[in-house]
Design a protein. Structure first.
Length: 256
């Protein structure tokens, strides 16, 4: 059941911060002193909010798969579409330092992993769970590697399957600009070509790689990462992302 019904738009904004439980689409949310961030995102509320597992699950419950060509030969799975409340929650997390969502988003990625054939394809390999690198400008702006907690959660889940897995920052990006200054796949590819590099000293013989990221847009960045590992002789078993931006978005919305 989707928790973000039109009825919540009629809520009195003064009641949102009193700690009283409220009902939306038949689901009840009374998480401590604030509404859950996913309800708030639907209302356009921007202040820091707490998290409600039940409601996040309704928004990130998909297992969308892109064709392998989009990922340079690696299959891409996403938990949601990058729009509405999903978009606002991800932006609050990555660009407004809402680090309380590190854990919840990590659990969403684990749930997505469990719906894919990735765990079985990883058996017999040491697997490096590698975050797709952000641009230098984005890293400076955020002051943190925001997708690192996702990699840590996914690696832990793979170990639960008996896979020798660990998070690893095995990619670097020398791109100076913010991730998207242009909108087309070809323009993005030209901008990042040659700027994604594998840290070969972190890769062992026979290692496999699972890439993680927050958003996939044109797929150009993922393709560059996959190609960089292929050139290093390393297999990429797949790509997991929180959301798929299936429609055109502005510069502020896109991964970087």
């Amino acid at each position: 059941m989707h928790c973000l019904r039109d009825s919540i738009l009629q809520l009195d904004s003064d009641a949102l911060w009193t700690g009283r439980a409220y009902t939306s689409g038949g689901m009840r949310c009374g998480h401590r002193s604030a509404i859950c961030c996913f309800h708030a995102a639907a209302l356009g509320v921007t202040r820091r909010m707490r998290y409600c597992v039940r409601h996040a699950g309704a928004l990130f419950a998909q297992c969308r798969e892109r064709d392998a060509d989009s990922g340079g030969g690696a299959r891409i799975w996403s938990a949601s579409i990058y729009q509405g409340a999903v978009r606002r929650a991800i932006l609050d997390w990555k660009d407004h330092d809402d680090t309380e969502l590190d854990g919840p988003f990590g659990r969403i990625m684990v749930s997505l992993l469990n719906k894919t054939p990735i765990p079985s394809s990883c058996l017999g390999h040491r697997v490096l769970v590698v975050p797709v690198p952000s641009s230098r400008a984005s890293m400076r702006r955020r002051g943190r590697a925001h997708t690192a907690p996702l990699a840590k959660s996914v690696a832990g889940a793979l170990r639960g399957y008996g896979v020798d897995a660990r998070p690893c920052n095995a990619l670097s990006s020398s791109t100076k600009a913010r991730s998207v200054q242009q909108v087309s796949s070809a323009q993005r590819a030209r901008r990042i070509t040659g700027h994604v590099r594998v840290k070969r000293d972190l890769i062992g013989n026979g290692d496999a790689v699972l890439l993680v990221d927050d958003i996939v847009t044109t797929g150009a960045t993922v393709r560059q990462c996959v190609q960089a590992f292929q050139q290093a002789g390393t297999k990429v078993v797949g790509v997991l992302v929180l959301a798929d931006a299936v429609v055109r978005r502005s510069d502020d919305d896109i991964n970087g």
